[in-house]
Design a protein around this ligand. Structure first.
Ligand code: FES
Length: 279
């Protein structure tokens, strides 16, 4: 069992949990993920590691309530335990001194981009960060991102914080300005990563995205997380989650993400009925 030693509501829909998992914390690196299971009847939830503390032996996860399982996870309190917590999984992000890098986090993707940004900053890069959210109430980790960035841009869809617009707006300004950008790395919703890839391709700037397709086992056996990259099939759980953004087939990924929409809705409705004692 893995004890939750801290719980924090970052926004009304986004929750942070610090979990006691010393064996994972010892090995975790930026860009990797864990898969958790609340109890023996629960589905597996893959979540990118938002932070780790080797001294404390903790792993921080940040998640948004998007369906039945994340809703159930959010009901846990500090002191409660999670049955299974497996990791670190996936290939760590490639961290080196590239020169100037732009780190982009959108929505819940701000959490996983944070340890990557920190590692790139520590490696000596000049880091320009862009964080995006729907509105001010969905913004989080701004101080954390500011502390590991040489420059930070905040955008919201409705303009309630920072600049009104999308993450691609400040990105386009930076690329247009002619400053030499050696690498762009983006984590967030698929449409956001796709838009970033499209833009940077026109400027010929190497871009990495961290993909979060549907996963089951997280060890390369089930094939659920397959993505087409450069015309070949890759498994995000063992070959990724980081891939060359200009090689990813985002159209196919978008379709695959919708595969279980109906089942997810049914599970969510059933969960609410049970929670209300109507079953
Ligand atoms: S999650 Fe099963 S192969 Fe990747």
């Amino acid at each position: 069992m893995y004890r939750i030693i801290e719980k924090q509501d970052l926004t009304p829909a986004i929750t942070l949990m610090k979990v006691d998992a010393p064996a994972i914390a010892r090995k975790a690196q930026a860009g990797q993920f864990i898969i958790l299971r609340l109890h023996d009847q629960a589905e597996r939830i893959p979540l990118t590691i938002a932070d780790y503390n080797r001294d404390e032996g903790t792993i921080t996860i940040v998640f948004q309530i998007v369906g039945k399982s994340t809703e159930e996870l959010a009901t846990l309190k500090q002191g409660d335990s999670i049955l299974n917590f497996a990791g670190p999984l996936g290939v760590p992000s490639e961290i080196e001194d590239y020169g100037t890098v732009v780190c982009i986090g959108g929505g819940c993707g701000v959490a996983p981009i944070y340890p990557i940004t920190r590692a790139l900053h520590q490696a000596g890069n000049r880091v320009i960060s862009i964080v995006g959210a729907r509105c001010v109430d969905m913004c989080f980790f701004e101080p954390e991102m500011r502390s590991v960035s040489d420059e930070l841009h905040v955008v919201t869809d409705d303009g309630t914080k920072g600049r009104k617009g999308l993450v691609t707006d400040p990105l386009e300004d930076i690329l247009k300005s002619g400053s030499k950008i050696d690498l762009v790395i983006a984590v967030g919703p698929v449409p956001m990563m796709s838009a970033v890839a499209k833009l940077t391709k026109t400027y010929g700037v190497k871009t990495i995205v961290s993909l979060n397709p549907i996963m089951v086992d997280g060890t390369g056996m089930c094939g659920c997380c397959r993505v087409s990259v450069g015309g070949t099939t890759k498994f995000a759980c063992v070959d990724g989650p980081d891939f060359d953004a200009h090689q990813v087939d985002f159209e196919e990924l978008t379709k695959r993400q919708r595969t279980y929409k109906k089942e997810e809705q049914v599970a969510s409705e059933h969960y609410h009925q049970c929670a209300c004692g109507k079953e």
